[in-house]
Design a protein around this ligand. Structure first.
Ligand code: G3P
Length: 226
């Protein structure tokens, strides 16, 4: 399973990128707003991310409402950098827009997916990525991982994973915890997009910390240094 980072924060992206494990970036309007982003700077910000992560897919979300507006905005966003992926929320308008954009070679990440039928519709429309949300099910006391399992099974039953020209990868989104990451990998999701705080948690384990402390203490005995 590949790791994307789910943030619009340049420092977080830079640091995660430096780990050498990053395969992409996802952003959304809330994440951009969290950085104090302004509309006038949005495109420049996306270009900066794309340049920092050259060659990696960077999802920039459209806020357009109609199919025509989504297509226009999608074309424009994709012209900003070769690695832009246009993120669209699943709805009738975005399915039609995805069909048009995909035919032009513009990659679409269909977001706000909460059910297998939504994911199947997105894949049929030609979405390059489909993003089922996990954490938001947990927020309403439902099992987000169960829901993800259904989406993964439904997509993997068909050809989207096998045909490179018509590939649809599953991005596990709304990831909050290392356990979400583990469960997504167990289910065979292609990608998890993870906020930086959760990514750092993925790196840690109390036994690793304990092991390091022991090595250091024992090494001091070897070197005779305090
Ligand atoms: O990728 C979508 C993600 O950012 C949503 O996460 O935590 O707002 O549910 P969250």
């Amino acid at each position: 399973m590949k790791f994307f980072i789910d943030t619009a924060n340049l420092d977080e992206i830079r640091e995660a990128e430096s780990w050498g494990v990053l395969s992409g970036v996802t952003t959304n309007p809330s994440l951009y707003a969290k950085e104090g982003g302004r509309l006038a700077d949005f495109e420049e910000h996306m270009v900066k991310i794309c340049e920092m992560c050259e060659g990696l897919p960077v999802s920039a979300e459209s806020t357009a409402k109609t199919t025509d507006e989504m297509v226009d905005e999608g074309r424009h966003l994709s012209s900003l950098a070769p690695n832009i992926v246009v993120k669209l929320p699943v709805c009738a308008e975005s399915l039609a827009a995805t069909r048009t954009l995909a035919a032009e070679g513009v990659r679409v990440n269909m977001t706000l997916v909460f059910s297998a039928p939504q994911a199947l519709l997105a894949a049929n429309a030609g979405a390059r990525y489909v993003s089922p949300f996990v954490g938001r099910f947990d927020d309403i006391a439902e099992d987000g991982i169960d829901q993800l399992a259904t989406v993964v099974q439904c997509i993997k039953n068909y050809e989207w994973h096998k045909n490179v020209d018509d590939q649809c990868e599953i991005i596990t989104a709304s990831v909050r915890t290392p356990n979400h990451v583990t469960q997504a990998a167990l289910l065979g999701a292609d990608i998890a997009t993870v906020p930086f705080a959760a990514l750092k948690k993925c790196l840690r384990h109390p036994l690793t910390e304990e092991g390091l402390a022991k090595f250091e203490a024992d090494w001091q005995k070897v070197t005779g240094k305090d």
